[in-house]
Write a protein that binds this ligand. Structure first.
Ligand code: ZN
Length: 258
């Protein structure tokens, strides 16, 4: 039942959706100046070696990989990025009591910066805003560790145990946090509308959340510039920029204009 750009369909069921679970991907943050790693102009597309260097095995084994990673974290566009209109729209949806959960594949923390509650945001790929020790699990705010990098430590060890530290994100070859994943699956199964925005839906298990939602009776709406493998399953597909389309859908849902 593929309906590309189906305003009538959206007007039929968006206003009645009471428990909306949203899944966001890189496409929601590109308007904030954060490049999409997998998109046509993405970092990995331009430099394939960057992807090979981002496996957990390489990170643990090779200090030069860790030095590069710390330089790249320090220079990340995330620190100067501001949330955009799409992030803000999801804050409105939460404040109206209509947001079941906000699952994100992003590690930039922009949903919380925009005002989304920690209790609503499920970061399935972790967050860049914290550092974790791979030996003792100590967590430290990223700015504290980046201050050490700026002061000359090119691979800052854990202050407690001396272990290797990394951003609290899921690297290639690293398992997702089971509790976080369980929370995401529960949120997908217990919504009446599942809205995927700015994600190509090609990375599992995030993409499979669409199936979980549909199998449990939710409507499925997809906003993404390119096709996704779940378009055929969706009630509506909007191949438009997330930055203007997501706020428009939230306005329709909340009855504040379309
Ligand atoms: Zn430690």
């Amino acid at each position: 039942m593929l309906r590309v750009d189906a305003p009538q369909t959206l007007a039929e069921f968006l206003p009645g959706a009471a428990a909306i679970t949203v899944l966001t991907g890189a496409g929601i943050s590109t308007d904030s100046g954060i490049p999409d790693f997998r998109g046509p102009r993405g970092v990995w597309t331009k430099d394939p070696s960057a992807e090979a260097m981002s496996t957990i095995d390489a990170y643990v084994a090779v200090q030069e990989v860790r030095r590069r990673a710390w330089r790249s974290r320090r220079d990340s566009p995330v620190w100067d990025a501001e949330p955009n209109a799409a992030h803000a729209a999801l804050v409105e949806l939460e404040r109206a009591g209509r947001l079941r959960a906000l699952i994100t594949q992003n590690i930039d923390g922009l949903h919380q910066r925009a005002g989304s509650s920690d209790g609503k945001v499920i970061e399935i790929h972790g967050t860049m805003r914290e550092v974790v020790c791979l030996s003792c699990d100590l967590r430290t705010p990223m700015p504290e560790i980046l201050a050490r990098v700026d002061a000359g430590e090119d691979d800052p060890p854990c202050a407690e145990c001396g272990g290797v530290q990394k951003s609290a994100t899921i690297s290639f070859g690293q398992a997702l946090d089971q509790d976080v994943l369980d929370a995401a699956i529960t949120a997908a199964r217990s919504c009446d509308l599942f809205l995927a925005a700015g994600t190509s839906l090609t990375v599992q298990p995030a993409a499979g959340l669409c199936l979980e939602a549909a199998d449990h009776g939710a409507r499925l709406v997809i906003i993404n510039a390119e096709e996704t493998p779940y378009d055929e399953l969706a009630d509506a597909v909007l191949r438009r920029p997330v930055g203007e389309t997501l706020p428009r859908l939230v306005r329709i849902a909340l009855g504040t204009g379309g």
